[in-house]
Design a protein around this ligand. Sequence first.
Ligand code: F6P
Length: 320
Amino acid sequence: MKTIGVLTSGGDAPGMNAAIRAVVRTAVENDMTVYGIRNGFEGLMNGDVYEMNLRSVSNIIQSGGTILKSARSQEFKMDSGQQKAADMCRRLGLDGIVVIGGDGSFRGAKDLTSKGITCMCIPGTIDNDIACSDDTIGFDTAMNTIMQMIDRVRDTTESHSRCSVIEVMGRSAGYLALYSGIAVGATSILIPEFECDFEIDVVERMRRTIESGKRHFVILVAEGVGDATEMAKQIEEKTGVETRTTILGHVQRGGSPTVRDRVLASQMGNYATRLIRDTRESRVIACKDGNLVNYKIEEALAMTKNIDLDAYRLAHEISI
Ligand code: F6P
């Protein structure tokens, strides 16, 4: 494979830039030509590309966001959009594309593959909801951001002897909530993977801790569970503890990537580029038990990932 493109798609994630850097540098060092594609599949359809060199990716390893920009394209979801993108790849002489994003982006890569374009997918999403991979680029940074933000909320929650219901991102997955919940010692962690009994798992739990002398509470709610503001209202009514809601929002998606995300992104970008050069097959890169592996896109999309039951039990037992 001589000429490849690289794009970022879907919600951005800290570490995407480190992955782009690794793709570009690996390609150039292996005598390949590499084009940056702006705005994900939208930019690909419109031929919004530029040739990148070793210096195009200088000074980005530490920055959040993505220098290539990202988008969720409606047009690309249609067959006509996918055909347009495939035609553009041929016109630009792109032998393959490295796609950095989440499972929506991988479905796009699968569609593009069916139009004859090789795609190498790299998991980049703060949600960590890519079933075939233990970790995704951006997850570690987002957890650290959440932890730092909640530590701040906790200061004022403690001063006022209040309860804070804090909503974190994750779409329909609870990984961000679970691990950051352990890290901040949340009294209750509500995630979509476990059905929770609000009365037992939140209200009763708070009453028990009040009896043991606790006066401030952090209740962590994954966005896929439900309305955090409504829960806060109910908590105040049922426990008598003054309660506030904090929806952390997009602060979770920004910021300089952690060491772990920079290293993971560098490894994945390097591996993906070598693989697309050697195999010319569409694959998803994944990290399994500390090793980089790869799967067919269909196979990766069909996999399911279980939430760590031990982590959930641990939180329940010691955050009381
Ligand atoms: O997939 C990443 C994510 O941040 C989810 O956690 C969240 O549900 C969604 O994207 C938000 O998307 P948008 O930035 O389009 O509002």
